[in-house]
Ligand binder design. Structure first.
Ligand SMILES: Nc1ncnc2c1ncn2[C@@H]1O[C@H](COP(=O)(O)OP(=O)(O)OP(=O)(O)O)[C@@H](O)[C@H]1O
Length: 290
């Protein structure tokens, strides 16, 4: 399947939240990386068909979603950033409700819900009130509801928010195991999540797609720009003012800086292999929120 985003834009009064975004997605896990306010949620809401685009088109295998009606929705699973749960409902009741909204037959839904709860590791807690769930459990329930109906396009807005390291690993494995014949697009402002989970990276800044490719491709763009510099403590202030400093490590009487710079910052600076944190800093002049 091919999902084509063709020059899509979204304007809120005079704010251009998404600006002429084009991309072709085929099966795999796509990580959408950008700082707060870069337009990730707006883009995902248009793909999830909960918000119309101001300009451009979204096509599945050449067919415009506007002409597909319910057929497009049937292809979709969507986890919004601020999914609302009824606190007094159990996971079971919630998933049955979502299944009914998606028009899934009740018997089929029950079978599917059993599988999904097992898949997201919530079988033991299926009868508990959602209000008593941890953040990670709610997130996994959110993913389960998005997967109901076996969608071919899965849109997950900040699915790793509030997950602890173990839950992150489980989430990564979960996505890898279902990504074979699906297009999965998830957003985050945490660079390490992307490096860990996605096979394709889309970098968004001020509504625009500014870079995309495999992790290696994107890392390649910061190659030759990441340096280690050993300086005296007294030079730290100057260096912090002059350069983008990704990391500061104090070593006995010296300070080791990781610097992102097109030019060699000092005579004996050592070139380093870039990581995605460096790329984030290179593009956004700020660190990603780990
Ligand atoms: N309904 C709206 N009305 C007006 N402006 C909006 C609306 N929704 C989003 N915006 C603006 O559009 C820009 C992009 O917002 P968006 O929520 O898409 O970014 P984001 O990258 O998802 O950020 P975050 O990570 O904080 O969710 C922001 O400047 C935001 O204030």
């Amino acid at each position: 399947m091919e999902l084509v985003l063709n020059e899509i834009s979204k304007k809120f009064k005079d704010k251009l939240a998404v600006n002429n975004f084009s991309m072709t997605l085929t099966s795999g896990v796509y990580g959408l990386l950008g700082p707060n306010g870069s337009g990730k949620t707006t883009l995902m809401r248009m793909i999830a068909d909960v918000m119309p685009e101001t300009e451009g088109s979204i096509k599945v295998d050449g067919v415009d979603k506007r002409t597909m009606d319910g057929e497009y929705r049937a292809l979709l699973g969507y986890l919004p950033q601020d999914i609302g749960f009824y606190k007094n409902w159990s996971a079971d009741k919630f998933l049955l409700y979502v299944a009914a909204l998606k028009g899934i037959d009740k018997k089929e839904a029950k079978r599917k819900i059993d599988d999904l709860l097992e898949f997201v590791n919530l079988t033991q807690d299926r009868k508990r009130k959602i209000g008593k769930y941890s953040g990670g459990m709610k997130q996994r329930l959110g993913i389960a509801q998005a997967l109901l109906g076996d969608p071919k396009i899965l849109i997950l807005d900040e699915p790793t928010a509030g997950l602890d390291p173990n839950e992150r690993i489980r989430f990564k494995n979960l996505l890898s195991s279902i990504s074979k014949d699906k297009i999965i697009l998830f957003s985050t402002h945490i660079a390490s999540d992307i490096e860990f989970i996605a096979n394709h990276i889309l970098i968004m800044k001020e509504g625009q797609l500014i870079d995309h490719g495999s992790v290696q491709d994107v890392l390649g763009n910061a190659k030759g720009k990441v340096w280690h510099c050993k300086i005296d403590e007294s030079q730290l202030f100057d260096f912090e003012n002059k350069f983008k400093v990704a990391n500061i490590l104090r070593e006995e009487d010296k300070v080791l800086l990781r610097i992102i710079s097109n030019e060699k910052p000092m005579e004996d600076a050592q070139l380093q292999e870039p990581n995605l944190e460096d790329v984030f800093l290179h593009y956004f002049n700020e660190k990603s929120n780990i």
